[in-house]
Design a protein around this ligand. Structure first.
Ligand code: ZN
Length: 428
């Protein structure tokens, strides 16, 4: 099966799992991913551990939750939709009036058919989320409110995959797995990252080593950084935070804090040559784990390639962000964009021509003088000559691609041919 079909099927399998920052849903998701990639290592971080300025919260689990009216009619049932309960809600079993219940209900008047996604990770509280349509039907009277949840001193889990290359220098890919049943944010990131892992693992050789992590958002990246900061700072040369990468409506780019890394340049080149109308966000629009990866003193070279960005599409953080929002082609477009960016990072040599003057291509069979009318053998000679004319040992291949306005992936086979004929060497 190709990654395009696989990614969507994985998302379907992972869809029903109740995920949060910690707990069984994260473990179930990680063990599913481990089946796909047995070298995935599952780590534990103890509740209460310090992660820079933060503390890893207690582990949260929930078995069921509901609200019944005084006649025993079930008004809200967690088993029907895991967004119905505010994430990290305290245990509760109480009778109360509608007035008392109101301050614990969350709905969206502007999106009356959507159940909002609400969490209370760091403040003890409880609540239910429901469609505004349903909320308006609630009548005065008494309600039986039950949440069977538990917080305990346990662990925060995350997955880590190391794929070795020729160099110890690393490309770092991070995605999060803490959202319950929502698709673009965040199952798309999980399945695209897994497809990239399988692709990277299948390569015969890699210049760089690869580090892929599946973590809960924010506290997970903080915990991971606090365990590995020095090593990451010394070895990570590029990387991406992978989220919101499964719908078909647009491509989006969000830079690293300084915006000057190879990850930024590669991503912009790929998107420019994939869809000229891609959306360009600024660091000021950040909202995911790049907040930690690019924070002062951390400053890893991490950018983001997305489809519809978090916070920018109508279904975001609601029950409407379902498996209809993501598509096979949407996931595949996101996957291809990051794959191509990685191919740039892997192959961005600084080529220098080894002859003075233009090389004589004809004697090497590189000039299509006899087959010029045969379109299947047509070589874009002008592109080849433009490429050669910038092989001065000063420009990288990516810089040349930008100067001559051709996609990197069209130039790469040409440069490989030139290297094979000893016409080009890598200046570095
Ligand atoms: Zn989110």
């Amino acid at each position: 099966m190709n990654p395009k079909e696989e990614m969507y099927l994985w998302a379907k399998d992972l869809w029903p799992i109740t995920r949060s920052l910690t707990g069984d849903g994260v473990r179930e998701t990680l063990s599913y991913l481990k089946q796909l990639m047995p070298s995935l290592k599952i780590h534990n971080v103890q509740s209460g551990s310090r992660a820079f300025d933060w503390t890893v919260p207690d582990e949260w689990s929930i078995s069921n939750a509901y609200i019944d009216d005084e006649y025993g009619n079930r008004i809200i049932d967690f088993s029907e939709n895991n967004l119905h309960v505010v994430g990290y809600s305290d245990q509760i079993d109480l009778w109360m009036t509608l007035d008392e219940l109101e301050s614990h209900l969350y709905s969206l008047p502007d999106q009356p058919n959507a159940i909002p996604y609400v969490t209370t990770y760091y403040a003890a509280n409880w609540g239910f989320c429901l469609t505004h349509k349903k909320r308006k039907l609630l009548k005065k009277g008494k309600y039986h409110v039950v949440i069977n949840s538990k917080k305990k001193n346990g662990v925060l889990n995350y997955g880590e995959l190391i794929i070795k290359g020729e160099s110890d220098k690393e490309v770092f890919l991070s995605t999060y797995l803490c959202h319950p049943s929502m698709a673009n944010d965040n199952l798309s990131g999980v399945v695209v990252t897994m497809a990239l892992a399988k692709w990277l693992n299948s390569l015969e050789k890699r210049k760089f080593s690869y580090r892929l992590i599946f973590i809960p958002e924010t506290i997970g990246s903080l915990a991971y950084l606090s365990e590995n900061l020095q090593y990451l700072k010394e070895n990570v040369v590029a990387g991406y935070n992978i989220t919101c990468i499964g719908d078909d409506r647009c491509y989006s780019f969000l830079p690293s804090r300084k915006g000057l890394t190879i990850s930024d340049a590669a991503a912009k080149h790929v998107l420019e040559n994939t869809d000229k109308n891609y959306k360009k966000y600024k660091w000021l629009d950040r909202g995911s784990d790049e907040r930690q990866y690019c924070a002062p003193g951390v400053d890893l070279p991490i950018a983001s390639i997305m489809r519809s960005k978090y916070g920018e599409y109508a279904e975001y953080h609601t029950s409407l962000d379902d498996l209809n929002v993501i598509t096979e082609s949407g996931l595949n477009g996101g996957y291809q964009a990051i794959k191509r960016s990685i191919e740039i990072i892997e192959n961005n040599i600084t080529p220098r021509i080894t002859v003075h003057g233009e090389p004589q291509l004809g004697k090497r069979g590189l000039y299509p003088n006899l087959s010029i009318k045969d379109s299947t053998k047509h070589v874009d000679v002008r592109t080849l000559m433009n490429l050669i004319s910038y092989c001065d040992g000063e420009n990288t291949l990516l810089e040349i691609a930008n100067i001559i306005n051709k996609p990197f992936w069209e130039l790469l086979p040409l440069i490989e041919t030139l290297i094979k004929h000893n016409l080009v060497i890598d200046e570095n």
